[in-house]
Every structure is written in C-alpha cells, then in structure tokens.
Design a protein around this ligand. Structure first.
Ligand code: GLA
Length: 723
C-alpha cells in the first residue's frame, strides 16, 4: 500500500528539533506524548483536556519491568509487553527500537492531523503515527504507516493500528459477543493483570461473534450511562481483527488494536510501506451515553457513506415469502406495501439461477440472472411497477459466495477459497469466492453492475455474506498464502470503491447473516446494516441497545415481522414490534396479506407517525434512559440537535405489580427551561396523564414523567415539541 501523502494538508508546523511535548486535542480531550531523553516517544495522557505543557515535568523512569508507555511499542529494547510492531529482518533479527525523528501538524476540513515520525537508527525502519483530531466531536482517528527504509526485505509479524495507554485503578471493559441471530450480546468485565484479547479469524463474517469495538470505563465497576470517564474504541477493518488489553505491573493498561496478524505475516520490500486501518477513539466524562453520542455525531459527519441520510421505510420479502414466490406474489406485496404507506420494496433471496435455480439455499449462488420460470417478466417489470406505485425498489445479492450447484462453480472452480488436497467445507451449502484474486474482484463488481443494469429503477441493494472463511487458501496467491486475509479485505474495499464511483446514489445495505459485518470500515461504503436476523422485538431491545453504544441509530435496519417470531417463536404485540423497530430505520418483513384490517390500520398509523419524527431518530442525539438488562422497564430519547424536538420510547420488559401505576423515567437531553408539548403516538387513549399538555424540560427530567405500562410488552412513544 502506498504511504499517505500529507502534502495536500495545510502544514501548520513541522519540527525536526526535539519538542518535548506533542499534544493532540479535541474540545474536551487531550492525548499527550512526550519525547524522552533517550529519544523514545511516550504517551503520557489520554483523557480530559489538560495543559499539555505541564507534562514536560514528568520524569522518565526506566523501571525494572520495561520502560514506560511507548506511543508505538516495538519488540526490542527494554520493552517486554505485547508489541504494536514486531518485525523480522532478513538476517533473522527481531529487534526494533524506534526514536523520534520529527512531527508535523496540519489542518484539513474539520480535523487537525498530527503525525509523528519515528525511526530505528540501526535498521532504517520508519513508522509514522497519524492522529486525526475532530475537535467538535471529541474523536481522534489514528493509524500507522510502516515503511521499510532499509535495503532488504522485512516481514511484519505484528502491525497494530494504534497503541493507547491508560492509567486508572480499575478498568471496566464492555464489549459484545454473540452467534447468528444473537449478535451484540453485551458483556462487561473488570480487567485483571493478565491479557485480554478480543479477536476474530472468521474473515468474512467478522462481527458475528464479537465486534472490533469496546468501551473502557475508568475507575468504576459498573457501566454508567451518564457519569464517569469512558473511552470508546472502534477499528475500521472488515476482516480478521485483534484487540488486546494488557495491564502491566505498574497498573497501566495498554490497548493495541488492528488487523489480526494471524496467518498474515506481511512482507515489505525496501522502500515499501504499509498503512494500517484507522482506529477511532473517543473520550467522555459523561459515561457511556456521552461517548456514544460523540461517536454517533462523528459517524454521521465522517464515518458512514450516507452521512445519516434518511433511508426509506421498506417491505422486505424474506420472512414473508422466503424462496417461494412468483411475479404475482411480488406484485401483490408491492401493492400492499404502497397501500400501507411504505416507501420501498426489497426483493430478497430467491430471484435468480436457471440451470441451478435458487429455490432453496442449496443452489444458484453465483448465477445472477433472473430466474425465468419464477419471474418471466424480469426485474425491470417489478421495479417499474414499484415506481409506478410511488415506491423505490431494492434487490438482494450475495456476490462473494457460490453454491457448488451453480454454473459459476462449474466454470471457475479455481475462484473458490480452498486449501489444496483438503476438504472443501460447505456452510449453508456454499463456498466463499477468493476476493484476493483480481479476476474475482472484477466478477463481484460485475454482479453489482449487472444487477443495476437490469433496471433503471433499482434504488437499493442488500449485500449479503452468509458464511465465514474456513480452511483458507487462495489458488491465485500460490505460495503467498500469508497475503490471503488482508488481500481479501483489500479486494472487498477495492470493489466497493468501484461501486461507489459508478453508483454514488444507490442505497447499499451491509448484511451478513444479519449483523456479522458491522464495522466502521464497511460503513465508509454502506448506508446501513441489517442489525440481526433475529427480528423478535424483545430480543432486539437488547441488540439495538448494545449496537447503539458504538453505532448510530441511522444505520440500524429494524424490521417488524410476524408472530410467533420465526427465530425465537416469541409472541409480542404488533404495536410493541413497531415501537422497537422505529428506534432505527423502520421496515416490515412479513406477508402483508395475512394482516387483518385492524392490523393494517395500525401499520398505517405507525408508519405515518414515524415519518413525522424519524429525522430526530436519524439525526438527533440519543440518550439511553437506563440499560435494559435486568430492568422491568427500558426507555430512550432522541433529541434534535437544537433541542426543539424529541422522541421518547418506553417499554415494559417484565411485568411488575406496580407497572400500571406508572413508571418514572427521568428524561435526558432536553433544554430544562423550554416547554415541550407531549403527544403520545399511535394511540387513542394515552398511557400518561400529562399527554397533550406542555411541561418544561426540567419537569420532564425530574421523574414526573411516568407512563403506565401495565403489562409485559406494553410500550409507548411520545413526541415532544418545544413551544
Ligand atoms: C441472510 C440474511 C437474511 C436473508 C437471507 C436470505 O440470512 O441475513 O436477511 O437475506 O440471508 O438467504
């Protein structure tokens, strides 16, 4: 990869002389580095804004157990911990010692970039640490550029994006684990003195079992929504990742984050450089809520392809039709969607394949031609019909995958990820295509391009990815198998670059068996994610809560489905399902013809009211009122940036004898002085005595807001509008 050019920046200053303190600052936080007497660059602080110059007085201590918090610790010297950088030189040597060379600061748009150049005087290796500070959002995005300044090949064994050192008496790590249809299960743990690692080796389904993100609460044993210091970290990489948390003998915590070096030793020839993916950091002393809002604001402005644009309310065909449909079924669903006030119809899996028709998950993947016996009139006929009804039209693809029973697998067996002489394992009856191969990249781009050419009326593409990489190997890479995992992700990004260059306005959803690919690397190209295949509204409360810790509501695809729920078999009221799905980008995923007239009327009403407040969900600040775990009630509020409007969601998650008396929620984020008119949505009789009246933000935040949620799965949504 080419080194990043800083030439386009306005350079504020560049220093060769050893300025002892280098400070990266946002409105409320500082990240402070110091160039030590021996030339090493240490990181002395990340947290509340400080006068960085005071850190010049901090003496350098060379203890018995290593040598302080290095900005980018390398294997070698006095460093004994997990390295951010571990190199193997051509003579077999493993040691690198980086010292300060120079640093520069440049301004670009809304951010200020500080880059610190480190060098190993013995081997000529150079590392440029880049910190891009977004002052308004209190976010710092960092990466490293590793350059082989020597004369011989070097191998990168560890090559973290970022190393961050914290100092506290307690470190509470909050992160997620999960499986299919149970992604984003939250877990918090106090870190001991051993090393904690969160990683994946699943490559394609990189976030099904965990996520390259976390919160770190300092000095506390509990995750607090509103109080205390919390640091959020999120890696921009759609593939194998590794986060390590090492608490050393002096009580410091060093967090390393980056590409998982598993089976990925990276060769660097003389003069070549490698740019690591970005790592996003944010600090807040307003608890988990504060740090989430920082990330959400940053993401809407810089981190998501659509920048928080409002995406249409849709009907997706999957749970309503699965593989069994024809033109008539789809036309009827489109008509029903239009009659319920929806804005888009999405044709999911099952529309393609002829020699190997896609009538189940065992055939057809790879053959992206319309199935002429199911849909003889073609895709354009359906898309045009949707447009004639005032709806947009979307379509499902899974271009990185192939069923053994497909023309593609028969024609290109060498495009399949495989290890010579080994079993070609199937999952969901499919294989993974080798995206490290440029010919496969062309094919995958061609799938998207070809589908778009089927009709001028395609507005949305759901990009799926339904299995992990197993028994990895690339026929294309031959003896260079270490390049497979990184090459795959780079290939994926290359394809997405081409797609975005040609189709800048198409809405593209990132789906991977639900939420197995939710990260800020993918979100640079995608507009939204499919949060989970588990559409049970009760389960979704928890998943959407955990997702919202790092990712904003505007990217969450949340659908109302039928009951009993197809995944959990749980039965919840239709209104509860709506009130949960309206927390993000609303959709329906059911067969409308099975809805009663009364249910259709409720759908119309909920869709209409959502249309009236969704700009606050997409673009407002989210305040979670309490965590849903172990609580009988749960609530959250979205407040418009100017605090003139807010929407409040409340739910009963477990029946409690006092539920009917009303549960006090203390609303947050409102202007205490302004008076808000409260209007409950989608009901004839409100569950709160104050409905229709006007109250100050202070009153509404005092605990006096106590809607009655009398039974399990009762829910209520309120719109607040300032006078
Ligand atoms: C995955 C997706 C679902 C659906 C199916 C189709 O499981 O997560 O939403 O698209 O594939 O096969």
């Amino acid at each position: 990869m080419a080194a990043l050019s800083l030439l386009s920046f306005t350079t504020l200053y560049a220093k060769k002389d050893e300025s002892r303190i280098i400070s990266v600052e946002t409105s409320s936080s500082s990240l402070v580095f110091s160039v030590r007497e021996n030339g090493a660059v240490h990181q002395l602080h990340y947290g509340a804004k400080v006068d960085a110059s005071e850190f010049a007085a901090v003496p350098m201590v060379e203890g018995r157990y290593g040598n302080g918090a290095q900005a980018y610790p390398a294997t070698g010297g006095r460093y004994l911990g997990e390295p951010a950088l571990h190199l193997r030189y051509s003579d077999g040597n493993h040691n690198t010692e980086l010292v300060y060379d120079s640093h520069e600061v440049a301004r670009r748009g809304g951010s200020v970039t500080t880059s610190i150049l480190l060098k190993d005087p013995v081997t000529g290796m150079r590392v440029r640490l880049v910190y891009e500070a977004y002052p308004e959002e209190d976010v710092i995005v960092s990466h490293a550029e590793i350059e082989n300044g020597g004369r011989k090949k070097v191998e990168l064994l560890n090559f973290a994006s970022s190393a961050l050192t914290l100092r506290s008496d307690k470190y509470l790590l909050t992160h997620v684990h999960g499986v299919w249809a149970q992604e984003m299960q939250l877990e918090s743990e106090l870190l001991g003195h051993d090393m904690k690692v969160i990683e994946t080796r699943r490559q394609t389904q990189s976030t099904q079992c965990n996520n390259p993100s976390f919160l770190m609460s300092l000095g506390t044993s509990e995750l607090d929504e509103d109080n205390g210091e919390v640091i959020a970290g999120a890696l921009c990489w759609t593939g194998n990742f590794r986060l390590s948390f090492e608490r050393d003998v002096e009580g410091r915590l060093t967090i390393l984050s980056g590409i998982n070096p598993f089976a990925s030793t990276y060769p660097l020839m003389a003069g070549e450089s490698f740019r690591t993916p970005d790592m996003i950091w944010s600090w807040s002393d307003c608890g988990a809520g504060g740090v989430s809002r920082n990330l959400h604001r940053w993401a809407r402005k810089y981190g998501i392809y659509s920048h928080g644009r409002i995406n249409p309310i849709l009907l997706n065909s999957w749970e309503g039709a699965y593989f069994t449909f024809n033109t008539e079924t789809i036309i009827k669903m489109i008509d029903d969607a239009a009659s319920m006030g929806l804005e888009m119809f999405v044709l999911d899996d099952g529309w393609f394949g002829n020699n190997s028709p896609r009538n189940g998950d065992n055939a057809g993947l790879g053959d992206w031609q319309v199935n002429v016996s199911k849909l003889p009139e073609g895709i354009d006929y359906l898309a045009s019909h949707a447009h004639s009804k005032g709806l947009k039209f979307g379509i499902w693809i899974e271009p990185e995958m192939v069923n053994p029973d497909s023309d593609l697998a028969r024609a290109h067996p060498d495009w399949v990820v495989q290890s010579p002489g080994r079993n070609l394992y199937q999952e969901r009856n499919q294989w993974v295509l080798d995206l490290s191969n440029p010919a496969v990249q062309d094919f995958v781009f061609g799938v998207f391009d070809g589908v778009m050419k089927m009709s001028r009326n395609i507005d949305y593409v759901k990009w799926d990815c339904n299995r992990p990489v197993l028994s990895f190997g690339s026929p294309y890479l031959d003896k260079d198998q270490d390049r497979f995992f990184i090459g795959y992700t780079q290939g994926f990004y290359r394809v997405m670059e081409r797609i975005r260059a040609k189709y800048p306005d198409v809405i593209v959803q990132c789906c991977s068996s639900g939420g197995a690919r939710i990260d800020y690397g993918a979100l640079r190209y995608f507009d939204e994610v499919w949060t989970s295949d588990d559409t049970d509204a009760y389960e979704r409360i928890f998943m959407q809560y955990a997702t919202s810790l790092i990712y904003p509501a505007c990217v969450m695809g949340d659908h109302v489905s039928t009951v009993p729920n197809h995944q959990s078999r749980n039965v919840t009221p239709l209104k509860f399902r709506f009130d949960v799905a309206c927390q993000g980008r609303l959709g329906l995923e059911l067969q409308p013809k099975y809805l009663s007239d009364a249910e259709k009327a409720l759908v119309n009403r909920c869709v209409e009211s959502y249309r009236g407040y969704r700009d606050i969900v997409f673009g407002g600040d989210m305040y979670r009122l309490n965590p849903p775990y172990g609580s009988d009630f749960y609530g959250l509020v979205y407040v418009s940036p100017d605090k003139s409007r807010a929407v409040v969601f409340t739910y009963c998650l477990r029946f409690n004898g006092m539920a009917g008396e009303g549960h006090s929620f203390r609303l947050k984020g409102l202007d205490p002085q302004r008076r808000y008119k409260v209007t409950e949505q989608n009901v004839d009789r409100s569950c709160w005595w104050g409905n229709g009246q006007t109250f100050t933000g202070a009153f509404l935040s005092s605990g006096a807001f106590n809607p009655s949620l009398p039974s399990l799965y009762s829910s209520a949504v309120f719109l607040l509008e300032a006078e």
